[in-house]
Each structure stands twice: as structure tokens, then as C-alpha cells.
Design a protein around this ligand. Structure first.
Ligand SMILES: [Ca+2]
Ligand SMILES: [Ca+2]
Length: 212
């Protein structure tokens, strides 16, 4: 074997070692177990239904850049982010706003379903993040992130992570006969009515619900 070939082989070996254990977001498949569109009601206090209770969950396998599964990634290293263009979902403590059900196993696999989402604001799409990598690829050219059609509604309408008088005043501007605002339609029923008011009232308190 020539020196050049040996050198090239060593380079490849080093590259392989360097790529081991680094998440490959384009080769870490996620399966969403649910229907789309989905509606999810969240509160900064995190006191709403879990994803499983709301009827959806995720299963994912995390692989590294050389295609090997990555075990022992803590559940707390997984979270969800807003992927709609308006992008005004507010997460309590960022990555701590939700979590996977367990650390990844020897096959790199885990699920998300037992957690709630502790958040304010309003979102019309969610992506899955692990250790800062947004997982993909969804169908399409390149490696676009998965962006599930999940509508997140919260009583924290201004997204400051507390349900206060400011949110009450915003809610009043979208309660009939005021014009419909989809962010005030907490059950995604297509109209804002007493059902939505009841949810708002529960989380308005007193005391107003906020991040824990
Ligand atoms: Ca607020
Ligand atoms: Ca409604």
C-alpha cells in the first residue's frame, strides 16, 4: 500500500471517529403517532393534558453521523419548538418546557408522550429538537425539518409566560361579538365561546398560572 493510500485511510478513520456520537438530524427518523391537524391546549404552568392524554405521541431513533444509534441521551435533552412562520410560541425554561419519556436505549430509541408542554403564546406547527438539532427530514428536497400540523393554544395570549390581566384584556378582544382570533379558540372548535372562556378562567386563577 502506498503512503498516499495509507494517509487517505487514516484520514477516513479519523473522520469516522470524529463523527461517532454526533447527532445526524437527517438520519434520525421520527414517527408522529396521531392525526393532523391536531389541537393541543398548553399553559405555562404545565397543568394540561399530556400528549398521550391528548391522543398523540412521537417515537424516534437517534443516530450519529456514521449511522450508529446513540444511547443514553437524557429525556430532558428533547423538546419541541414552534415551526410556523409567525413563530410566537413561548417555552418555559426553553428546552425544559417538555421532555422525552426516557433516555435513548441501546438502539437509540425513545418516545415522547408522557409530558405536557409548559408554554404560552400560540403555534400552528411543532418540530422536534434533540440537543439543539431539529430533526428531519420531512418529505422534500434537502433535509427539511419535520413540522407537524399541531395547533398549540394557550391562555397566555401575549406569551410572557404568565396568565395575567393583560391576557384577559386580549381575550376580551376576541370574544364574541369581537372578531374571531384563532389563538383564542383554545379547543380549535372554529369559534370562541363559553368552552374557551371556561379554560381561560381556570388558568387565570387567581393566582394566574405561570412557569414553575
Ligand atoms: Ca401573559
Ligand atoms: Ca373554541
Amino acid at each position: 500500500m502506498s503512503k498516499v493510500v495509507l494517509f487517505a485511510a487514516s484520514l477516513l478513520l479519523v473522520a469516522g471517529i470524529a463523527s461517532a456520537g454526533i447527532i445526524d438530524p437527517c438520519n434520525s427518523p421520527v414517527v408522529y403517532n396521531g392525526v393532523e391537524p391536531e389541537c393541543y391546549f398548553a399553559c405555562p404552568q404545565g397543568d394540561t393534558e399530556t400528549f398521550n392524554q391528548a391522543g398523540f405521541s412521537w417515537s424516534m431513533v437517534i443516530n450519529d453521523l456514521i449511522g450508529q444509534p446513540i444511547p443514553d441521551i437524557p429525556g430532558s435533552d428533547f423538546w419541541l419548538i414552534d415551526c410556523d412562520p409567525v413563530n410566537n410560541l413561548a417555552l418555559c425554561a426553553g428546552s425544559a418546557s417538555t421532555a422525552a419519556d426516557s433516555a435513548t436505549n441501546d438502539s437509540g430509541a425513545t418516545t415522547m408522550g408522557d409530558a405536557t408542554l409548559a408554554a404560552g403564546g400560540c403555534a400552528d406547527g411543532l418540530s422536534m429538537v434533540v440537543q439543539g438539532f431539529v430533526l428531519g427530514p420531512a418529505p422534500g428536497p434537502g433535509c427539511p425539518a419535520y413540522c407537524w400540523d399541531i395547533h398549540v393554544r394557550t391562555p397566555d395570549l401575549d406569551g410572557d409566560l404568565a396568565v395575567t390581566l393583560v391576557d384577559l384584556s386580549i381575550f376580551a378582544t376576541c370574544y364574541p361579538p369581537q372578531p374571531y382570533d384563532t389563538c383564542c379558540d383554545f379547543d380549535c372548535s372554529g369559534l370562541v365561546n363559553l368552552q374557551d372562556l371556561a379554560r381561560f378562567a381556570f388558568h387565570f386563577g387567581p393566582p394566574g398560572h405561570e412557569c414553575q
